[in-house]
Design a protein around this ligand. Sequence first.
Ligand SMILES: Cc1cc2nc3c(=O)[nH]c(=O)nc-3n(C[C@H](O)[C@H](O)[C@H](O)COP(=O)(O)O)c2cc1C
Length: 217
Amino acid sequence: MKTKLFLSLALGATMMAGCCGTGAADTSMTVTAEDSAAVAEKAVVETILQRRSIRKYKQQPVERERLEKIIECGVYAPNGMGRQSWEVRVVDDPRLLAEIDSTYNAFAGGDTDGSFRKAAFGAPVLIFVAYDTRYDLSQVDCGLLGGNIMVSARSMGIGTCCLGGICRFFNAPEGSALLKRLDFPETHKLLYAIALGYPDESPAPKPRMMEKVKFIE
Ligand SMILES: Cc1cc2nc3c(=O)[nH]c(=O)nc-3n(C[C@H](O)[C@H](O)[C@H](O)COP(=O)(O)O)c2cc1C
């Protein structure tokens, strides 16, 4: 497999050298499979380490094609017994998002103190994730799905923020009409949401408590 990739990359480099009129193939341009793997590893690790929760978004819609790819990355997460026990709803309709905001604003007390509290920091996309109440590990499935969504979005320059608080609103009587619109089956309960959109801030990564991790020998 590696040899095959090396050969096709080397062939590509040879053809490029040929088309540019340099004559003989320049072997210094060949890229090995090991080089490609190292570049991919660096990109994945950097994407994970640099992801941050984004709480300020540009009012720029996210292209449907990119959104679908991000969701695809989500559902390719590992999941218990291959059940894919989550249910996912994607909202990018500005009218529905505005309705969620105004209902949430009243719930969160924005009307009383004169502020306007948005449910998801004005993100142009909200992804809702519900777990299967009949499966004890469904919440793990849902968490892994979200991790993939947030990391793949970051790799495309798209920001996200995991939102737990918003679900208290959706699961309260004030949010019940909106929850119904999400059309989750009776067997599922809303667990969390993800705000998603092009970031309008770039916070530095937050430090982590590495001492919570122990290698047991
Ligand atoms: C289960 C869960 C619920 C969260 N709920 C909220 C929330 O309601 N509002 C919010 O602003 N951030 C929320 N966050 C984001 C966390 O505050 C954030 O991930 C954490 O502070 C680490 O920062 P980082 O994501 O920038 O690395 C939530 C994250 C998780 C995993």
